[in-house]
Design a binder for this molecule. Structure first.
Ligand SMILES: [Zn+2]
Length: 215
């Protein structure tokens, strides 16, 4: 009969301890001792330790760009020759003042809340791995799924910008264009997605597994 404790032990068996590893190119399970994949000859590695540094670098670049995206104008509007520009913040305030509360909420969520939450969340993960912080594994796992889920919603802001630009241009009296901050903002989305993508999440489970499995 299988007891719950022996089940627990079974779930903690890792390929690394059995001398096995997954080829990152073709996903074939190989013997780590082979050195390279028997199917596609790609070099084998049980864990990608360089991914922590790569992820930190992408995340820090994203923070710098997000600050720039908030300082510089995100839209340029020309009304009868008069050019006005809006930053993310002034644009949101403008939307509230003109009574477009639902759009203001979408813009605020997509361009302020989501990117900052994602960056803070990823920074917590990277700190937990880099400094071996005793954080509950379950909490981190739930958090990681939330980060992955909310990340894709930041695209919504670029969608709102493009819709606004299209609507304003249709009126003929006004001319609206995306400003430099829009490029910075698009790069923030790309870099945070990449920072989450390059990170070898197995490093997180490796370090947290033995000490926090019960929590
Ligand atoms: Zn392979």
């Amino acid at each position: 009969m299988t007891t719950s404790s022996s089940l627990d032990n079974q779930t903690q068996i890792q390929g690394m301890n059995k001398g096995l590893c997954l080829c990152k190119v073709c996903r074939k399970i190989n013997l780590t001792s082979n050195g390279s994949c028997t199917r596609c000859h790609a070099p084998l590695a049980t864990r990608n330790y360089a991914s922590i540094g790569q992820s930190w670098a992408l995340l820090i670049t994203a923070v710098i760009l997000l600050v720039l995206a908030n300082i510089y104008p995100i839209t340029l509007i020309t009304n009868r020759g008069v050019v006005t520009n809006d930053t993310i913040f002034s644009g949101t305030v403008h939307l509230v003042k003109t009574g477009m509360i639902p759009i203001a909420i979408i813009v605020f969520t997509a361009s302020v809340l989501v990117p900052w939450l994602k960056i803070i969340g990823l920074a917590i993960y990277l700190t937990a791995i880099s400094f071996n912080l005793p954080v509950s594994k379950k909490k981190l796992m739930v958090g990681f799924h939330i980060i992955e889920w909310i990340g894709r919603w930041s695209m919504l802001d670029l969608f709102v910008i493009s819709i606004t630009v299209a609507l304003v241009n249709m009126g003929q009296l006004l001319d609206a264009k995306p400003a430099p901050a829009a490029t910075a903002f698009a790069l923030v989305i790309l870099l945070t997605q990449l920072a989450a993508k390059v990170l070898d999440t197995r490093l997180l489970w490796d370090r947290l597994e033995p000490q926090n499995d019960a929590k």
